[in-house]
Design a protein around this ligand. Structure first.
Ligand SMILES: Nc1ncnc2c1ncn2[C@@H]1O[C@H](COP(=O)(O)OP(=O)(O)OP(=O)(O)O)[C@@H](O)[C@H]1O
Length: 258
């Protein structure tokens, strides 16, 4: 079932098109990763999907009553403001403590409810933001560069957690990343934008390839993968971003030979 669907979506700021003619959809329970370089229109697409900006052309359809849980890139908390994790999760609207505890448990941080927000590590902080997004029992979990600032094992652990959350709660997940190479192996689909949809497809797990290990280190449990570009697509459609296919190609070969 479609949760969100755009057709022919164009987003314009002033006289400048940020995105042109985008057909995009996300279905119930699927994990979609949106990649693209800086300024390629990822945030614009997300803003249009959630209805924060209107389409200049085309349309965006959302399922009636769609509930979206949003995990931002980061959130500034005044370091002089003492606030515990549980109190933070009760803002702006108080929630039953059982609801808060369940959300913390789903984000794997059940034990830090009484900690001060300002004392959390980067990884714990992102888990709390994830718990906050889960409070409303979302149909769609939206993560905007949610692992920025985490080290690589931290990012990998966070991705694996997201995969678990999808399995447990059945929500769809839309992840946004500016890193073309690092995506979730759990993604059902990867959509690459650069002012338009350049290409889309399934990511390949290349965790066993030496090149993969050289790039990302080991110990990620296969949560990180290189996105194998679809080499069947043509780049003479005005897609002018800089893909580095060499590493992914050699990793694929190694993976195939192994
Ligand atoms: N509010 C705005 N007003 C004018 N131009 C904007 C606005 N927001 C974005 N843009 C422009 O639209 C284009 C797409 O920006 P967008 O923020 O969607 O890209 P992005 O892929 O999310 O980038 P990043 O990875 O750097 O966050 C850019 O050229 C940007 O300068």
């Amino acid at each position: 079932m479609r949760l969100i669907e755009t057709s022919g979506l164009t987003v314009r700021y002033g006289r400048k098109d940020a995105l042109v003619d985008v057909d995009f959809h996300i279905d119930r329970g699927e994990i979609v990763t949106l990649v693209g370089p800086n300024g390629s229109g990822k945030s614009s697409l997300v803003r249009a999907l959630v209805g924060a900006i209107p389409p200049f052309k085309g349309n965006v359809k959302r399922k009636n009553g769609l509930r979206i849980g949003y995990v931002p890139q980061k959130l500034h908390i005044d370091p002089t403001l003492p606030i515990s994790v549980k109190r933070f999760l009760g803002l702006p609207k108080r929630k039953p403590s059982a609801t808060i505890e369940a959300a913390l448990a789903s984000a794997d941080v059940a034990h830090i409810g009484d900690s001060q927000m300002t004392n959390l590590s980067g990884g714990q902080f992102q888990r709390v933001l994830l718990a906050r997004a889960l409070l409303e029992n979302p149909d769609l979990l939206l993560l905007d560069e949610a692992t920025q600032g985490l080290d690589q094992p931290g990012a990998a652990a966070f991705y694996r957690k997201i995969e678990d959350v999808r399995t447990e709660l059945g929500c769809a997940v839309l992840m946004v990343s500016h890193d073309l190479h690092v995506v979730m192996s759990a993604s059902d689909r990867v959509v690459c934008v650069n002012g338009h949809v350049c290409c889309h497809g399934t990511p390949d797990i290349v965790a066993s390839a030496p090149e993969y290990r050289a790039l990302f280190g080991s110990g990620t449990g296969g949560a990180l993968a290189l996105y194998r570009h679809q080499h069947t697509h043509s780049h003479d459609d005005g897609c002018d971003h800089d893909h580095d296919h060499s590493q992914a190609n050699s990793a694929e070969k190694e993976g195939a030979d192994a």
